[in-house]
Design a protein around this ligand. Structure first.
Ligand code: ASP
Ligand code: MG
Length: 406
């Protein structure tokens, strides 16, 4: 008998029929002799709808109330799924995040889990019940409900799996696993059998939308092996773990693109110590997540700095930069929203050379212009025009032979 945590995402529990299907899958897992804890997301686009609703009433909603409102989406899912399980004769009980013993820090809307006290949950499991936990939420130090950031139900599942020492943590989705590229863009993209945490983290931060980055980080830090699989068909998915077979031979594991970025250039900055610190400290203080940064060699004591931010933060970023323009001694500020970041990811890059050259050559052959380049040990990213993004992903997928099953 294994203890299994199964997390079902929003599209897997979108309507009554989906709920029934999930209930049957949970029942089956249990009938096979396992103990099951289920974590659910809000039904379909419920979270977005709740945000829209609040903003219609009040464009700047109070964050405590907002968290309390958003958490109801997952509470609806957990109770409805529990009722569906009862209907199938399965002994099940729903729990909110706080009832399941999930304690967070004080940051509303992106709270971090600080502690888990799953006593009640374990007691219910002992009674041989399936426990259905509302994802995405916990109790903060003021005993208010706090939510864990968009996509946060993944983190709920991983954290619970770690705290109850589950044998498996399954993330069930409307895709069959993690792919070498987005199958909607690259028709011969291959499902990966395995991927290491670091690669998954790079892909997740690239907007690959498979798993919440925080969930992967948590899994890595606590050694929770994740299995990403389809909630619609029963097939093995992708295992996410510390080490995989042929780790070093597979130089590039995947190609991802992120069209949700914007580029900002500050021109004619004084080239002296402290200028970059001034700017980026202020951006960090405003919680703007700066990604790639490039500074030019200085010319006549002046330099340019270009960096990327999530598109949603662009206007905030421009406000900060404009307010600091004279303090920075800058001549001008430019921005571009029509960009995309395309990345190659693979731990094998650590021990192989020539990956960048091959990447740039493949892009050059298609006359795709590179605006920025950044590298890490296991990733090479370029910023290009958004209109070229899909083509770039296709070309790179082909150049690195990712369409062939290894
Ligand atoms: N319902 C939340 C969201 O849409 C959390 C989740 O789905 O994991 O972001
Ligand atoms: Mg959702």
């Amino acid at each position: 008998m294994a203890l299994i945590v199964q997390k079902y995402g929003g599209s897997s529990v979108a309507d009554v029929e989906c709920m029934r299907r999930v209930a049957r899958r949970v029942k089956k897992t249990r009938d096979e002799g396992n103990q099951v804890v289920v974590v659910v997301s809000a039904m379909g686009d419920t979270t977005d709808d709740l945000i829209d609703l609040a903003k219609k009433i009040n464009p700047e909603p109070n964050e405590r109330e907002m968290d309390a409102l958003m958490a109801t989406g997952e509470q609806v899912s957990s109770t409805v799924l529990t009722l569906a399980l009862h209907q199938l004769g399965v002994d099940a009980i729903s729990m909110t995040g706080p009832q399941a013993g999930i304690y967070t820090d004080a940051i509303h809307a992106k709270a971090k889990i600080l502690d888990l006290k799953p006593k009640r949950l374990l007691a219910q499991l002992k009674k041989n019940r399936v426990v259905v936990v509302a994802g995405f939420q916990g109790l903060n130090p003021s005993e208010d409900i706090a939510t864990l950031g968009r996509g946060g139900s993944d983190t709920t599942a991983v954290a619970l799996a770690s705290s109850i020492k589950a044998d498996r943590c399954q993330i069930l989705k409307d895709v069959e696993g993690v792919y070498t590229a987005n199958p909607r863009v690259v028709p011969d993209a291959q499902k990966l059998d395995e991927i290491v945490y670091d690669e998954m983290l790079e892909l997740a931060s690239m907007g690959a939308e498979v798993l919440q980055s925080r969930a992967v980080e948590f899994a890595k830090n606590h050694g929770v092996v994740l299995e990403v699989l389809s909630s619609f068909v029963e097939k093995p998915g992708t295992l996410v773990r510390e080490e995989v077979k042929h780790m070093e031979d597979m130089v590039v594991r995947g190609v991802a693109s992120d069209k949700n970025q914007a580029k900002v250039t500050i021109r004619g900055l004084e080239d002296k110590p402290g200028v970059a610190a001034l700017l980026f400290t202020e951006l960090a203080r405003k919680s703007i997540n700066v990604d790639m940064i490039v500074q030019n060699v200085s010319d006549k004591g002046e330099t340019d700095i270009t960096f990327t931010v999530p598109r949603g933060d662009l206007s905030k970023t421009l406000r900060v930069a404009e307010a600091m323009q004279s303090e920075l001694g800058a001549k001008g500020i430019r921005s571009d929203e029509t960009i995309a970041k395309v990345s190659l990811v693979g731990v094998g890059m650590r021990s192989h050379s020539g990956v960048a050259a091959k990447m740039f050559e493949a892009l050059a052959k298609q006359k795709i212009n590179i605006a920025m380049i950044a590298t890490s040990e296991i990733k090479i990213s370029v910023v290009i025009a958004q209109a070229d993004a899909d083509k770039a992903v296709q070309v790179l997928h082909k150049a690195f032979d990712l369409g062939k099953k290894k």
